[in-house]
Design a protein around this ligand. Structure first.
Ligand code: ZN
Length: 159
C-alpha cells in the first residue's frame, strides 16, 4: 500500500485503537490518536534515504523486522502491562503498525509473517499490487474498525 493509502486506514486504526484501549482499561482517546498517527510507522522507522525525492534505500531493509507481527505484538503486550498514558500510547502505536502490516500483506512483496528476514506473499503473486483498491480497502477497514469498537462497548468521548 502507498503512504496515502496507509494514512486513510488511520480511520479504521483509530476505532481499533479506541476499542483495544477500552478493553485494556486504558485512556481511549490516547489509544485512538496514537493508532491513527501510526499507520505509516513501519515504513519510516526503516530510516529511508531519499535523493532527489526518490527512495534510495534505507538503514533497515524494507519490509523486514519493521513489518514483523511479533515485534508489534510485543509492544501491545507491553502497553497493556504498562497501563496509563504510556500504555495507551504503546498499544495505539502497535495497532497502527499492525494496520500498516496488514495493508502491505496482500502485495506481491508480502510481509515476514514468521521470520523477520523471510517475506511471504499470499498465493503465487499476491492479491493485488501496492496502490490498488486503496479507497475501498480504507473504507472496508474503517467499517470493520467501527464494528469492533461498537462490540467492545466503545462510546464517543469517554476517556
Ligand atoms: Zn510498509
Amino acid at each position: 500500500m502507498t503512504g496515502r493509502g496507509h494514512r486513510w486506514t488511520g480511520v479504521g486504526a483509530a476505532f481499533l485503537g479506541a476499542a483495544a484501549a477500552h478493553l485494556a482499561h486504558l485512556p481511549e482517546l490516547i489509544g485512538a490518536a496514537a493508532a491513527a498517527a501510526s499507520t505509516t510507522v513501519p515504513d519510516w522507522i526503516e530510516f529511508p534515504v531519499y535523493r532527489n525525492g526518490q527512495r534510495k534505500g534505507a538503514l533497515i531493509t524494507h519490509r523486514t523486522v519493521t513489518h514483523w507481527p511479533p515485534l508489534w505484538l510485543a509492544l501491545a503486550i507491553f502497553g497493556i502491562h504498562e497501563g496509563g498514558f504510556t500504555g495507551a500510547l504503546a498499544l495505539g502505536v502497535a495497532i497502527g503498525s499492525f494496520t500498516h502490516i496488514l495493508a502491505d500483506a496482500p502485495n506481491p512483496m508480502g510481509i515476514p509473517w514468521y521470520w523477520p528476514t523471510k517475506r511471504l506473499k499470499i498465493g503465487k503473486k499476491g492479491l493485488w499490487r501496492s496502490g490498488e483498491h486503496e479507497p475501498f480497502l480504507a473504507l472496508v477497514f474503517a467499517t470493520f474498525g467501527f464494528v469492533v469498537w461498537s462490540l467492545a462497548g466503545g462510546r464517543i468521548l469517554t476517556m
